[in-house]
Ligand binder design. Structure first.
Ligand code: BMA
Length: 311
């Protein structure tokens, strides 16, 4: 058998409800970053109401995490955030830029889902900045670098006409976003034909920005969520220079096949290491957190040599 592209950590799942000292029904779809040489995981949990909060866990090695005693972000009760987070906060991504960790998260309410932006320097206090999308837009990952003085993000608007696709938008100040256009679309009768969405914060490599995204395939037994990779131009991230034709990870372990929502691997974070590997983190079946490693150069080569059209 061929070596898997993503080598699963033998201790999976790495974080479950049993590890969290407050009542939660799930632990999944977490962003992970290195802060002060240690790993910080911002994970999503359903409460028994079906609505979500975000918690933190810390690790020295990137695999063994210890949950903090209290949640980190619960729905705000004030102002616009209170109005638009009433149904919960979900699927965070973290981007380190200019010494600050930017957190983008889905804010759910009776008005739909939009993206909130918060920031922290220390993962102790957190400040909400702005709601940065209108309704029905999810999965926002901000590039950890500015392009011609502007921030750039990948996002995923809702669409009934064309399958859900990945777009890019720009901002001078992180609050006002525009110049949006589509950069990558699902491919018909392909593993990601139903929808695709940004996954982990893009990773800078010598050949381009490596983006680990999710793709969805509809079956008679419900949708299957898998992970794939794409490469964006270093200077102009709106240019996709390669999309790998195959998935790099699909639900296989029992806790990826069965859980809160079955057949799901969904990433919100990956940590590049100095040795050329990347630790990839994913939610298994919307219920537990899993981790694995891949070789960055191999993922980049897959985009460039085993490609399919981006649009
Ligand atoms: C998507 C999002 C993710 C979730 C996935 C599978 O639409 O809601 O948070 O992991 O569905 O249920």
């Amino acid at each position: 058998m061929n070596e898997p592209i993503v080598k699963r950590y033998e201790g999976n799942p790495i974080l479950t409800t049993a590890d969290v000292p407050y009542p939660v029904e799930t632990v999944h779809n977490a962003a992970v970053v290195k802060h002060d040489g240690k790993y910080v995981m911002l994970f999503r949990s359903h409460r028994a109401t079906g609505r979500c909060i975000l918690g933190l866990a810390d690790s020295v090695d990137g695999f063994n995490f210890v949950s903090r005693p209290e949640p980190f972000m619960v729905p705000s009760e004030q102002g616009a955030f209170g109005e638009y987070e009433a149904y919960g906060v979900e699927d965070p991504r973290i981007c380190l830029i200019d010494g600050e960790y930017l957190i983008t998260y889905s804010a759910y309410s009776k008005h739909g889902v939009r993206i909130g932006l918060a920031k922290t320097r220390d993962f102790i206090s957190v400040e909400r900045v702005a709601l940065i999308t209108q309704a029905d837009l999810r999965n926002v990952v901000i590039f950890p670098q500015k392009f011609n003085g502007r921030y750039a993000r990948l996002d995923r608007p809702h669409s009934e006409i064309s399958p859900w696709s990945i777009w890019i938008s720009y901002s001078p100040d992180l609050v006002h976003w525009g110049n949006s256009h589509v950069v990558m679309k699902p491919v018909q009768y392909h593993w990601d034909e139903m929808k695709i969405g940004p996954g982990a914060t893009p990773i800078r490599t010598s050949k381009g920005w490596l983006h680990i995204y999710h793709g969805v395939f509809p079956t008679m037994d419900g949708s299957v969520y898998r992970l794939g990779v794409a490469l964006h131009d270093l200077d102009d991230p709106s240019k996709v220079i390669g999309v790998c034709d195959r998935w790099i990870l699909q639900p296989e372990d029992p806790w990826e096949v069965t859980g809160y929502v079955h057949n799901v691997v969904f990433t919100c974070g990956a940590v590049p290491e100095d040795d050329g590997t990347v630790k990839i983190y994913w939610g298994g079946a919307d219920k537990v957190m899993c981790a694995g490693t891949a070789i960055i150069e191999q993922l980049v080569d897959l985009c460039l040599t085993d490609g399919r059209p981006a649009i």
